[in-house]
Design a protein around this ligand. Structure first.
Ligand SMILES: *Cc1c(COP(=O)(O)O)cnc(C)c1O
Length: 479
């Protein structure tokens, strides 16, 4: 290490460190399916490994890296593991990992045109690809890459409020369903709406927003002199993959003059599959649409995206003109993305999306998404044909909910809940698969989200066998 006070390494050290890092990542890609996807460390265990004072003096980087490889990396869930079924898995891809490395290596500032014309252009181009995919207008439409779906939803709702209410939103009312993702509620809270300004509409037996109840709520709010301004629809709820009736909601938005936001952070990517396209009909009518490339578009964290029907809505909401930015404003076709969202300094997210699409081709992405939708349907058939399993929500956009409920064994709802909770707990304890429960219709169920194109039917069957052996052991102890 030469110029340590300048935080510099010499060329050979840089290469050695770099090659070691790449070797480590490649080895992980090659062997992750052989590892266990679940990490279980407690705070105490982690403290005993890592809690130290700030290191005042240098440590050889090989030692630092070895320590990280040994102690840090294994203590995280492997979200791209084929048996990582819970939450929304993160089946990333190597090309995007390298793209992120390049973007970080060059530390590209992706805020304004003048700082990096190419970064802005790649964001314009890839957003354009997405606008086309979702049949949004490409000339008028626009969008921005964000850290994730939560930030995309927040950006959308700020924009909606600005467009619909201006500065006075004291009477504004927003509508969503009891299955809407929690990030929307968070965003509403960040925006400073009061609880009384939020209508959480119940869902029907298929977990879709109850249209009649939605209409009643809007009508009632109008009678009371309030100002309905926005409906949030889900295009793929995280729990069950359910898509709200987008066409019907869009009609309501049109006749009531409300902003139509679609949260497609989970399911939006399904537009790439024929079956998904059918389910997502009406998504093109949204005023704003959240999608989340770090989920089902296979990008490493962090990458979310907001698309809007009219890019001017974003600039009208987010442009501020401080003096120190006046020299870099450029002309209007040269977009400064700091004018389209919350962040000024932004990393170069578009690069990974661009490079992975260019390398693999959109068809590979289409096949990957279709494969997952089909796999979930195959899992549903398999479960329905077994006397041990009950399907609680059918395979929808690669999500399925089910529980252990053997024919001929009479168990109360409470003991079924306990049994399935126990199965999940034991599976997690074994660390063989990441499989946690969720609750739908007051029942504790197991949920599989199957968006990893490397997950096979064998991975699923092995996991179900493990669940069955845990369940049988438990049931024997009942008798
Ligand atoms: C995951 C998810 C979000 C939040 O996205 P993050 O990328 O985790 O911030 C929002 N809405 C839905 C439907 C999601 O599935």
């Amino acid at each position: 290490m030469t110029d340590i006070h300048k935080l510099q390494l010499n060329k050979d050290d840089m290469k050695q460190l770099g090659y070691q890092v790449i070797d480590t990542i490649v080895a992980h890609f090659e062997t992750e399916h052989l590892k266990k996807p679940v990490a279980t460390a407690t705070r105490q265990e982690m403290d005993s490994l890592f809690s130290t004072n700030v290191p005042e003096n240098p440590t050889p980087f090989q030692d630092v890296l070895e320590f990280i490889i040994k102690e840090v990396l294994p203590n995280s869930n492997i979200v791209s593991h084929p048996k990582s079924f819970s939450f929304v898995p993160g089946p990333s891809n190597y090309v995007s990992v390298m793209a992120d490395t390049l973007a970080t290596g060059f530390n590209v500032f992706s805020g304004g045109w003048v700082a990096s014309p190419a970064a802005a252009e790649l964001e314009i181009v890839t957003i354009d690809w997405l606008l086309k995919l979702f049949k949004f207008p490409t000339k008028k439409g626009g969008g921005i890459f964000t850290s994730g779906g939560s930030m995309a939803n927040l950006t959308a709702l700020v924009t909606a409020r600005r467009q619909c209410c201006g500065d006075d939103f004291s009477k504004a009312i927003i509508y969503l369903s009891d299955q809407t993702h929690s990030s929307n509620i968070k965003a509403i809270r960040v925006l400073g709406f009061k609880k009384e300004q939020v209508r959480i509409i119940p869902t029907d037996l298929e977990y879709k927003i109850a249209i009649n109840k939605l209409k009643n709520a809007i009508a009632k709010d109008r009678l009371e002199g309030l100002q309905p301004f926005c409906i949030i629809a889900s295009a793929g709820t995280t729990n069950t993959g359910t898509v709200d009736p987008l066409n019907e909601i869009s009609k309501i938005c049109k006749s009531e003059k409300l902003w139509f936001h679609v949260d497609g952070a989970y399911g939006g990517a399904a537009i790439l599959a024929e079956k998904g396209k059918q389910l997502l009909k009406g998504i093109e009518k949204a005023d704003s649409l959240t999608i989340d490339p770090h989920k089902w578009l296979f990008q490493p964290y962090e990458m979310g995206c907001l698309l809007v029907k009219n890019h001017k809505w974003l600039s009208k909401t987010f442009s501020e003109k401080p003096e120190y930015l006046r020299d870099i404003e450029g002309n209007t076709s040269e977009i400064n993305f700091y004018d389209h969202g919350i962040q000024l300094t932004r990393r170069f997210r578009a690069l990974k999306f661009y490079m992975s699409l260019k390398t693999f081709g959109l068809n590979a992405f289409k096949q990957a998404v279709s494969y997952s939708i089909d796999l979930a349907e195959e899992v549903e058939n398999f479960l329905r044909q077994s006397s041990n399993w009950e399907v609680l929500s059918p395979a929808t956009l690669a999500v399925i909910n089910f529980r252990y409920h053997p024919i001929g064994v009479s168990l109360t709802e409470k003991s079924l809940d306990n049994l399935n909770q126990h199965i999940s707990k034991q599976v997690m304890r074994s660390r063989e698969a990441l499989l946690v429960t969720t609750v739908i219709q007051n029942q504790v169920v197991l949920r599989m989200c199957l968006i990893n194109p490397r997950t096979t039917m064998t991975d699923v069957k092995d996991t179900l066998l493990l669940c069955e052996s845990i369940a049988k052991e438990k049931c024997e102890s009942f008798v």
